[in-house]
Unconditional design. Structure first.
Length: 244
């Protein structure tokens, strides 16, 4: 895209972003989502039946050295208005993109790295990813993986929140939610949600929990299978044009 086209896209996406998140001004959003210095960036935009913009998903591919080895690291940002959530195939498109990225480097380390700032994001990823760090099923993150996560957090300029906990970083993406919505998350009985809240109690202040998912063909296929199986009924109604 030409610079003026990217500028126009960033402004459109920010109108949606500002309805979902606080803590990031327009310039910060533009640099974080649209103008990232990545090897490749793909941005999926979502419109409702009235052709109104209701969401976006950005996928960034970084090629760098991790622990001295050539690696491909995926970063993602997404935002969808509440009324449009769970009503499209963006997850499928994203997974197919990740599969194509892995196929270009099948013998190289490929992973997705995030600093998640809300329990909904962690719960969503933990539901579908067969391998994710950290996780409630693990007493601790393996030292080799922790080393990768610390290196990535520092490389992407994520400031520590707690010197004693390298997984907590300042991100300043704050999800806008009501007191009742936050209370529902706090009262959740899901193990993944409880794990996230216990390990990142400062998420309402924009603190992120560093999270890493190793990627290969099998893991992406398992994610896709879990997603399609879990959403079978909803996706069928979506394909048939029926209410969800």
């Amino acid at each position: 895209m030409l610079p003026d086209e990217r500028e126009a896209l960033a402004r459109q996406l920010y109108t949606v972003h500002a309805q979902i998140f606080a803590g990031l001004d327009y310039e910060g959003f533009r640099k974080y989502v649209v103008e990232r210095p990545s090897w490749h960036t793909w941005i999926y935009v979502r419109h409702n039946m009235s052709h109104q913009l209701v969401g976006y998903t950005a996928i960034h591919e970084f090629r760098l050295k991790l622990k001295g080895e050539p690696s491909t690291v995926i970063r993602m940002e997404a935002g969808t208005l509440p009324s449009a959530r769970g009503r499209d195939l963006t997850m499928v498109y994203g997974l197919m993109r990740l599969l194509r990225i892995w196929l270009r480097h099948p013998f190289q380390r490929v992973c997705m790295f995030a600093a998640l700032t809300h329990p909904s994001s962690y719960t969503f990823l933990a539901r579908y990813a067969p391998v994710i760090f950290p996780h409630s099923s693990l007493e601790e993150v393996p030292p080799s993986v922790m080393g990768q996560m610390e290196e990535l957090a520092e490389g992407f300029g994520l400031e520590r929140v707690d010197e004693k906990n390298p997984l907590l970083r300042r991100v300043d993406w704050i999800t806008l939610e009501t007191d009742s919505e936050r209370a529902r998350w706090q009262a959740s009985t899901r193990a993944d949600t409880r794990f996230y809240i216990a390990n990142n109690p400062g998420y309402p202040q924009g603190h992120g929990l560093c999270t890493l998912i190793p990627l290969n063909g099998l893991i992406v296929f398992q994610c896709l299978t879990r997603f399609l199986w879990g959403r079978a009924g909803r996706l069928t109604r979506l394909a048939l044009g029926r209410p969800i």
